[in-house]
Ligand binder design. Sequence first.
Ligand code: ARG
Ligand code: ZN
Length: 509
Amino acid sequence: MTTPISRGPRPRATARAAVLLAGAVVAATLSACSASGGERPEASPEPGQTTTSAPEAGEATPPAAPAPGDPPDAAADDVPDEVFGGLGDPRIDVRHYEVVVTADPGRAELSGTATLTLAATTEEPLPSFTLDLKGPTVSAVEVDGEAAEVDEAPEELEITPTEALRPGVEVEVAITYAGEPELAEFPGLGVPVGWQADSEGGWFTMSEPDGTSTWVPVNEHPSDKATWTITLDTPADQVGVANGRLVSREVQGDRRRWVWETDEPMATYLVLAAVGDYDLVERTGPGGVRIVLAFPTSLPEARRAGFDELDDILTFFEDTFGGMPDDDSGAIVVATPLGLALETQTRPLFGIDAVGSEEVWALAHEIAHQWYGNAVSPASWADLWLNEGFATYADWLYLDHTGRVDVADSAGGRGDVIPSRGLAVLDPEAAGTFDGAVYDGGARTLHALRLTVGDDAFFEILERWYAEHDGTSVTTADFTDLAEEVAGEDLEAFFDDWLRAEEQPDLPE
Ligand code: ARG
Ligand code: ZN
């Protein structure tokens, strides 16, 4: 692919679909733009890719890969989740991950140690628990310094310490592992999920919803958030990038250890790791926030310019949502056309095709997620609109604030921005395929709420949603309760119409 996505005028809807959706869609969009600027031809699927055609905006798109979410797994050791089942263990609460990973560009295998501080959430002592791990195998597990038994099932470790975990009492679980990450494919999108090679020989992770377990053992569900210390042990001439604050970058012989630390708890899908040839641009942003931008050294200055707007975006959202979500911020661009960006915590990740001044909405979108999705996280994947509807509405607000697109026009462009199959916002299938329903449908719901309760109540709801739930995982019911409390009215019928019906009503006048 030689055509940069930022070349040439395109309708905004096309740009959005290209940035948020899979490679096949991007390929189709790009060839359409560069060839004729007119109609999009059918995309030819890459080998191993299941997406077969580029969906027209607003057109029904049949799911290509197996339908989302394994059937909800009733096992006691999985978090019940009707969208992405079979993950996590609700009987434990991980509070901190301390991870050291040795990874070299060009080598498929990685090795690591992960030390998890966790406690049982059960009322009775817990004899064993599970962690998710896909690919690497384990050579040792210790719980509080004592060897524990480990059963390695595909994609899951069952750990049995010599003594049962006492409810609420923290233990340290140290796991030594090595091997090749086992990439998953995102349902319906054909996007690889997890630790993957970039186009220049390095590595990066794109982990929504369950890719972090391809390179570190985790409790892989957004209902269990934790702080992280990530050490990337790389060849001395390579750069290792992760979330949060860079606390050291010491050279030891021909290796370098990049140590990154987060202060705020994060959901596992928001963990970022990348190793390669990066320029780190470090500066201080609004209110003293520490900004670290990581660009592939090959990325020309002109294509980095869109990130100059980061400070304005942070300031606008700080004013609108009340407070900064973190002391650390920034972004990373990876040297691979991904067809998407992801809101990895503090440092969102952009495919090389998602940068440029025309993609400023994408930067605003991923930065908005730092409040909605990251600080305030969904308790289950069925609540995905709490991420995508909010970040989409926030990027509409930013486009409106800068005079680019009136928010009423964004909200009025029903169904033509991110392709939707006409599902309800809360349909688990919409969440499981990142359908346009959760993006535009969710954002339109918020705009309708604003028109219904008025600006004062609406922005108070947004501020309190962040202030009162920062650092936690929440449900749709938590949101509708808050909205009713602030508005002082019964909104049950409103939310049924906007979130549960396949066809949304007309926006209130
Ligand atoms: N959460 C990303 C966003 O900002 C979208 C990623 C969609 N693709 C995926 N495989 N999760 O909208
Ligand atoms: Zn998003």
